[in-house]
Every structure is written in structure tokens, then in C-alpha cells.
Design a protein around this ligand. Structure first.
Ligand code: HEC
Length: 131
């Protein structure tokens, strides 16, 4: 059956309206779930990454001069499954890696830069915002 233009428009419009209401329902329920506690300040993390000189070895989006490839690029880091191919990429593991990479990979080239826990949390927050 060939539908008239008017009927087809009506069907498209109805689909759009139902689609939108389904989306609205989805976002309502998302608002009900409590927000995850932020692990740190990504804004502060951005500055700390500059200060600690992570960009001397890594390509990191949004960080001035961080375009080297001594270590792996940290682009889209939120989507990385493993840290250094060894640890699942969770916030806690990332904080641990940033503070003391040798505790995870004894032979890694990445140095221990003496990052404090508070700083590591902010740096991790920034890296995990890269998606
Ligand atoms: C001297 C070079 C160097 C510096 C400086 C350095 N890194 Fe690394 N980084 C590496 C290398 C090399 C690896 C790869 C380690 C491995 O796979 O064993 C790495 C791995 C990583 C990883 C895991 C990446 C992945 O793809 O799994 C993260 C995250 C990371 N570094 C963050 C940082 C942060 C944050 C800083 C600054 C506080 C920093 N690095 C400073 C060399 C460096």
C-alpha cells in the first residue's frame, strides 16, 4: 500500500513524539540515581599534569605541549580497558598507578614523580574525563 504524503508525515511525527517521551522518561530516572562521588577536580588535574610534566612522555588532549609518544597516548583514556596492560582501568587503580607505577610494573619506564594522593586523584579525574 502506498501511503499519502500526509499519512507518512503523521507517522513520522508520531514516532518522533513517542521517541521523545521515551527519552524524557529515561532522563528522569537518571536524575533519581545519586550522582557518583567525583574522585577529584579535573580542572585542578589539568594544571597538575602540566606541573608534573606528564606531557614530556605522553600525548594528552587539552594539555599544552603534551604531544610526545615516549609512553602511550592518553587520548580517550576513559575508554581504556587496562592501565599499562596490567590493571583494570578503575579510578582507584589509576590513582595507584599515577602515584607509584613501579608497584604495578616493576620495570616500567614511567618514573615515580612523587605525586601526592590528593594530586593523583585530580590528575585521574582529568584523565578519566577524556572520552
Ligand atoms: C619518563 C616518561 C614518563 C613520564 C614523565 C610519565 N609517564 Fe606515564 N607512562 C610512561 C610509559 C613508558 C608508560 C607505559 C608503561 C607500561 O605500559 O609499562 C606510561 C603509562 C602511563 C599510563 C597508562 C597508559 C595506558 O595506556 O595504559 C598512564 C595513565 C600514565 N602513564 C599517566 C602518567 C601521568 C599522569 C604522568 C604524570 C604525573 C606520567 N604518566 C608521566 C612514561 C612516562
Amino acid at each position: 500500500m502506498i501511503l499519502g504524503l500526509r499519512t507518512r508525515c503523521a507517522i513520522i511525527l508520531l514516532t518522533a513524539v513517542f521517541g521523545l517521551s521515551a527519552c524524557a522518561g529515561g532522563s528522569e530516572s537518571a536524575e533519581e540515581t545519586p550522582e557518583a562521588t567525583p574522585i577529584g577536580s579535573s580542572e585542578r588535574g589539568e594544571q597538575l599534569i602540566l606541573n608534573y610534566g606528564c606531557g614530556a612522555c605522553h600525548t594528552i588532549p587539552g594539555i599544552l605541549g603534551a604531544d610526545t609518544l615516549v609512553g602511550p597516548p592518553l587520548t580517550d583514556f576513559a575508554h581504556r580497558s587496562y592501565i599499562a596492560g596490567a590493571l583494570p582501568n578503575t579510578p582507584e587503580n589509576l590513582i595507584m598507578w599515577i602515584q607509584n607505577p613501579h608497584s604495578i610494573e616493576p620495570d616500567t619506564v614511567m618514573p615515580n614523580l612523587g605525586v601526592t594522593e590528593a594530586d593523583a586523584r585530580d590528575v585521574a579525574a582529568y584523565l578519566l574525563s577524556l572520552d
